[in-house]
Design a protein around this ligand. Sequence first.
Ligand code: GLU
Length: 492
Amino acid sequence: MTNASNPFRGRVAPSPTGFLHIAVARAALYNWLSARKLGGQFILRIEDTDRARYVEGSLDNIKSGLRWLGLDWDEGPDVGGPYGPYVQSERLPIYHEYIQKLLASGHAYETYYSKEELDAIREEVGEADPVTFNRRIQSMPEEEKARRRAAGVKPAVLFKMPEDGETVVYDEIRGEIRFPNKSLRDPVLLKSDGFPTYHFAAMVDDGLMKITDVLRGVEWLPSLPLHVQVIQALGWETPRFYHLSLFLDPSGKGKMSKRKGSNEYPIFVHQLREMGYLPEALLNWIALMGWAEASGDREVYTIPELIQAFDLGRVRAAPAAVDYDKAEWLNGVHIRMLAPDDLARRLVPFMQAAGFDVTAEGIAPMVPLIQERIANLTEAVDLLDFFFVTPPAPDPAELTPKKLTPAEVVSELLAARETLAGLEPFDAASIEAALRGMAQARGIKPGDLFTILRVALSSKRVAPPLFGAIACLGRTTTLARIDRALGILQPA
Ligand code: GLU
């Protein structure tokens, strides 16, 4: 059923049972990179057949997260495509049609046992003996079936696993794996409520959607033999399967899945977005958790570079530790790669969320002052706030460097005020030259003078580079804040 003329059709198939996790983002990214590189398609399919685990809001969270990352899907919800619908709960008639085919060909059978009875039989027979379990289920007497049918019991449909031989499967990352068929229990394909299980719906959809490459979490590897059996029973060609490794926590010892997106261990895309990560930095970081180029240790990639370099053949089986230090470092690198106007635009929502009514044009002049200094967008707020609102009055102790008296600070402030009041042009280079000249002429350490001014203007000791900041603040505001500091040091 795969389409030989198509180089690549990959899908990400999240269930709306939670927020967009970096593991799903990684599967989406590897698919998207392959599709973009090879001229294929990236498909989004929503696997929402498990009604009990549905989480309100998760579907929007998943779609908006993928869009924010820039992983646009060629087929799927909201965009459509030739093999839709792309939401499994809208495909129930399709699953029923293929169930009928498997029933007719003898690959599947109905059972009138309830889920609870199946669980009880499984327990009684023991995990180690699937064949006995399968035979027990298959051998419900016809009269009993008829009785239950008459009582209104709806059957579930199970797949009939072969009892002999072995199923040979191939994982593109790990190679060939052989499973003795007698080790496999007959899986449920269709539940008695008429909804398919993952085992069935995903295989039908991958076939009908002509998926060439299935990338999914390694937790599905044990189910691969039964998936291959189902695909073969449907008479379709098996796609290539890639089972992506788990994430480990930053220590590399524990499973990351145990950490449920705490602030210390953010694992959801929206969390990382709120923390001030750029989508291109996150994609760079996520790409490296499970893949590397043959040539070694390259770590920084733009998106076009990733598309060029990425190769599914180099995805690793070894689990990757989630390294937040690397994420932060990469984010800083990507922030520095942005055009200043672009960075200004991206800072707007963070400034607005902090209560500053700003535009990208309003922020743009200050961007060169902070671009080299921030590792995430949220850090900009603390560096830029004093440009947009008058900061709280500076603390006299902060204004007074060690070994200087308040009276000396007053005299320096007055001199600086005079220097700046008449300075032309009022730009960073002239301001620097004038203040350094003033420090030398007066015999004050330049560092002390700059500290006094920094605190007078921003009420902080750590602020963006002083001369550029003074130029951005402008003469009027600069002089007003110097006056305020003078007022604090010499109460009337
Ligand atoms: N709906 C499955 C899950 O969320 C998808 C697995 C797959 O990609 O096939 O785990």
